[in-house]
Design a protein around this ligand. Structure first.
Ligand code: ANZ
Length: 951
């Protein structure tokens, strides 16, 4: 009987569906294990073979854990809001909900064919109101919270109001947009509007005026990670900087916890380092410099307070509020031109460009340690959003300050031994301070840094500055608050309405606030976001419902928010929702949350290192503060699968052919004899790099008459590894592979391609090996022409057991390392050996099936049942490798004469040295080396060498 994969796979997929084999319920008698894939955005193009790589790897692990007795949660869903569906809607008028629905159906069909162990009863879609109910709910909770720096956690905003009522801002240590100062008495005089505006300074979800990446073409704001090289990641449109009022999330408040949490998770060092850099903790000092001749001060942030004697100028960010008042009248025109220039520059340009630009304000500041007056400049290299937006410039020890000083001819004063300023070597972190104070310019007589190491000097200065009230120690983070508004249609609506221009939340009981219908998916003529087109988008406060816009009276009916939430809103807590997807009362019920706790294994691409993986950690920590999630870190272990690249094929068309003549294509080996142009050819027309010439002619009308110059009757194609994309005709659809070889072969082959984490090209040429392996396995059970099972009750031989236990040991070890490519090789070796041994022992074959089940579940289920079982192989216990079967019965030693290796000889594994020596000497092959010589001694290196020393 042949291996009929197509019948087998359909049969078992149906059985699994009918018997709900992959449905999982909380079961206190079993230990939980939660496996999660980063859920896909269902694009119109469907899945290519690169997409399931991570899903297959995690499915193998999920199945393995289940066989080990764990209660495994392995859910799947869709990140269903997003720009492509909206762009498509703009082009075609098709409602994005419909496009999304169609795409999801297509994805599901493709996923189903691969035989995943997903519990589809827990599916979530971010665009489903029952799901985004909880996204809106979390947003409202963030709106009504502030972050207490001492307790390092979110607290209800009412507590802050109480603090204001009793103490004003005195003794306040909280996360805030700017430092405000008022008394309890003052707070009480504030009217409702002013109180609300004040609270906005502290809320975790707040409306803030921020510089945003504005993409005019897309009509929306983009997150930093959606902008690449100054253009939008999707579409490649220009992005400019613009000040806008936006919803923001105070992610920066959680910077320290986000940093510390990294030490507790099992992620790769590379990803952790990326996150650490993104969070960018920096310990430094804030010091005030007086403006010359004024009482005003400029506070700067520095990590190198030890260099204060080398400060020769100051630099302000162009956006600094001080710029206006510090600019002298005669400098105003020049400064205005400069500010205009900076507006067009994105933050990324400003940080990465080596170009030196700047302008002098005409004002001076006083160095508090030298008493010197130093000029105050403005330059784009100082960023408004970091530190205090002002720096003390030390051109001798900072490369950007140095470039600036050189360009504008400002003094450079070296302080530290070993820093080679002329050669632009500023790295003097280890050196000894030599020139501080310099030239007797010391305001504080007891203060000297000379002779100290940089480290000592920093500590000494910090302490001095603090003690004398000149400044304070400050920790800064590069992590910015997340901008949370998008001017798009296809996203979660904000549950917000505006009363007298101030935002109010829709009552929790009225959620979800559903996305309204609109006629076109573009911004309005007056530049409002698409929701500005909705006719029924107003909130009736009295009746607590959405009503027609015409009823807006600013008394009881108010306009609703027109922005929607960004892509990361829906993906920030989906892992919690899978734990309890049908709960209508809570995001996740306490019971489910406490059972599943958090994700044990998370599999996804590295492209989410700074976006999703920061936002979701933040979101989870916020919910943790309120006891909604029970673990501080959402994802215990993270595995990043590599990218699968495409393997493109080329044909070579001969150039300079007359237009009306049929095109001529030359086989690869002959192409150098002609003047040719390589052309991508669809990989489906090529097998083992040989072109199916007839299929090629039928592919495109212009090739119908094509002629070919062949090599030995065949057309050989060229190939290259490139990104998998439509335009390169190298996209391989898993459906096609499954139709030809079956899902089990696809699964094995995806793993066989290489380590899960590595990026590698897809090469269909190698797939036959995996397919042949499954056929060989099948042949151990069924003879070619018979339906009768060959497996019998014969006792396994020692050899059978050795092969089996070698396999179990290898695959069990590989599982924990996600080294599935080596497992597939181990399967191939084992099945070859069992074939040679003509093994039909049920006892052995059964265990082979059990360990193969995670990789090739369909064939495993079929054979498992053929062996007489009536329950699923998914619940067959994972076997233990028995080391005693692995002991080698023989060893092979190298026999050497006077240190020269001559031949190999096999001995019983338990042979003692006397036996080895005697047999080595007696061996026929030894005689010619021993002839006429006397043996002095015989040295035996156990398990390796026998050296016979002669003279
Ligand atoms: C004087 C100095 C001397 C500095 C020296 C460095 C070396 P990190 O580690 O990233 O926190 N800086 C401060 N605020 C800035 C801003 N808004 N835009 C651009 N640069 C800013 O770096 C802190 C250092 O970056 C600070 O220490 C300051 O330059 C600069 F030998 O002050 B330093």
């Amino acid at each position: 009987m042949d291996y009929n994969f197509s019948e087998i796979e359909k049969k078992w997929q149906k059985v699994w569906r009918e018997q709900q084999t992959y449905k999982v319920v909380e079961d206190a008698s079993k230990t939980k294990f939660y496996v999660l894939n980063m859920f896909p955005y269902p694009s119109g193009a469907g899945l290519h073979v690169g997409h399931p790589l991570g899903y297959i790897a995690s499915d193998i692990y999920a199945r393995y854990k289940r066989q080990q007795g764990f209660n495994v949660l392995n859910p799947m869903g869709y990140d269903a809001y997003g720009l492509p569906a909206e762009q498509y809607a703009i082009q075609t008028g098709q409602h994005p909900a419909l496009t999304t629905e169609t795409n999801i159906a297509h994805y599901r069909e493709q996923l189903d064919k691969i035989g995943f162990s997903f519990d589809w009863s827990r599916e979530v879609r971010t665009c489903d109101p029952a799901y985004y109910h909880w996204t809106q709910w979390a947003f409202e909770k963030m709106f009504s919270s502030y972050f207490d720096n001492d307790q390092q956690k979110a607290l209800p905003i009412d507590l802050l109001v109480k603090h204001f009522e009793t103490d004003g801002t005195a003794g306040l240590h909280v996360a805030q947009s700017e430092e405000l100062s008022f008394t309890a008495a003052e707070w009480k005089t504030y009217d409702e509007a002013q109180q609300q505006r004040t609270l906005m300074n502290y809320r975790i979800a707040y409306l803030g005026e921020t510089m945003v990446n504005w993409c005019p073409e897309l009509g929306t704001v983009l997150a930093n990670d959606e902008v690449v090289n100054g253009v939008s990641e999707r579409g490649g449109y220009p992005v400019i900087q613009k000040k806008m009022q936006q919803w923001c999330l105070r992610t920066s408040a959680y910077a320290q916890r986000l940093l510390e949490g990294l030490d507790k998770v099992n992620w790769t060092d590379a990803i952790k380092e990326t996150q650490r850099n993104w969070i960018g903790r920096s310990e430094g000092t804030e010091i005030a410099f007086k403006v010359a001749g004024e009482a005003r001060e400029i506070t700067i942030f520095t990590t190198r307070v030890d260099t204060i004697f080398g400060v020769t100028f100051m630099v302000l960010a162009p956006e600094s509020e001080l710029v206006g008042t510090l600019t002298k009248p005669e400098k105003q025109a020049e400064v205005a031109t400069y500010l205009d220039y900076v507006k067009k520059r994105t933050e990324l340009d400003r940080m990465s460009d080596r170009k030196v630009t700047g302008v002098f304000t005409g004002s001076y500041a006083v160095n508090p340690f030298t008493g010197e007056e130093i000029p105050i400049w403005i330059s784009e290299y100082v960023l408004a959003g970091y530190g205090t937006g002002a720096v003390m410039a030390v051109p001798a020890h900072d490369s950007r300050d140095y470039a600036f000083a050189k360009h504008f001819n400002l003094p450079i004063v070296p302080l530290i031994e070993g820093a080679d300023v002329e050669n632009e070597s500023f790295d003097a972190k280890e050196g000894i301070v030599m020139n501080s104070p310099r030239d007797g310019k010391a305001v504080f007589e007891d203060f000297t840094l000379n002779g100290k190491t940089v480290k000592e000097a920093i500590a000494y200065t910090k302490e001095y500055v603090t003690r004398h009230g000149l400044g304070r120690v400050k920790v800064n983070y590069r992590l910015r608050d997340a901008i949370f508004s998008r001017q798009r249609y296809w996203g979660e609506p904000f549950p917000v309405y505006y009363k007298n221009g101030l935002p109010y939340m829709i009552p929790e009981a009225c959620l979800p606030l559903e996305l309204p219908e609109i006629d076109k998916y573009q911004p309005t003529e007056s530049g409002e976001p698409p929701l500005g087109r909705a006719k029924k988008w107003a909130w009736d406060e009295a009746n607590q419902c959405v009503v027609e816009n015409e009823r807006i009276d600013q008394q009881t009916v108010f306009p609703l928010e027109l922005n929607t939430m960004p892509g990361f809103a829906g993906s920030s807590a989906y892992y919690l929702r899978y734990m309890d997807p049908h709960n209508t009362q809570a995001l996740v019920g306490e019971k489910a949350d406490h059972y599943w706790q958090n994700v044990d294994l998370y599999v996804g691409g590295t492209e989410h290192a700074t976006g999703h993986l920061i936002y979701s950690r933040f979101w989870n920590k916020f919910l943790f503060d309120y006891g909604v999630s029970c673990k501080e870190e959402p994802f215990e272990k993270l595995v990043n699968q590599g990218m699968i690249q495409g393997r493109s094929n080329f044909v070579y068309r001969v150039n300079d052919m007359a237009k009306d003549k049929a095109p001529v294509f030359v086989s690869k080996g002959l192409k150098d004899q002609y003047d040719t142009t390589p052309i991508h050819v669809w990989v489906g027309l090529v097998k083992n790099d040989i072109l199916d010439v007839d299929a090629f002619k039928a592919w495109r009308p212009e090739y119908e008459q094509a002629e070919f110059v062949l090599e030995e009757g065949q057309y050989h194609c060229g190939w290259a590894v490139e990104k998998m994309s439509k335009s390169m005709h190298n996209v391989v659809n898993p459906d096609d592979i499954i139709a030809e070889y079956g899902a089990d072969t696809l699964r094995l082959y995806e793993m066989f391609l290489g380590p899960v984490e590595a990026s590698k090209p897809w090469d269909t040429n190698g797939i036959d090996g995996c397919f042949r392996f499954l056929k060989k396995l099948w042949a151990l059970f069924y003879g070619r022409n018979s339906d009768a099972l060959l497996a019998d009750d014969s006792q396994p031989t020692k050899e059978n057991l050795k092969t089996l236990h070698k396999l179990i040991k290898k695959v069990s070890e590989d599982m924990e390392r996600f080294s599935y490519n080596t497992s597939v090789s181990a399967f191939m070796i084992a099945v070859n050996e069992l074939g040679q041994q003509q093994c039909h022992s049920r006892q052995v074959l059964q265990d082979v099936v059990v360990v193969l089940a995670p990789f090739a579940p369909h064939i495993a289920e079929e054979l498992w049942h053929a062996l007489g079982h009536s329950t699923t192989v998914c619940d067959a216990s994972w076997p233990k490798a028995n080391e005693s079967y692995l002991v080698e019965s023989e060893i092979q030693l190298t026999i050497s004469f006077n240190g020269k290796a001559r031949f190999q000889k096999v001995f019983p594994a338990d042979a003692d040295n006397a036996t080895i020596e005697a047999e080595a000497k007696a061996d026929e092959r030894s005689q010619k080396y021993l002839e006429g010589k006397t043996i002095v001694k015989v040295i035996i290196v156990p398990k390796k060498i026998v050296n016979i020393v002669m003279k």
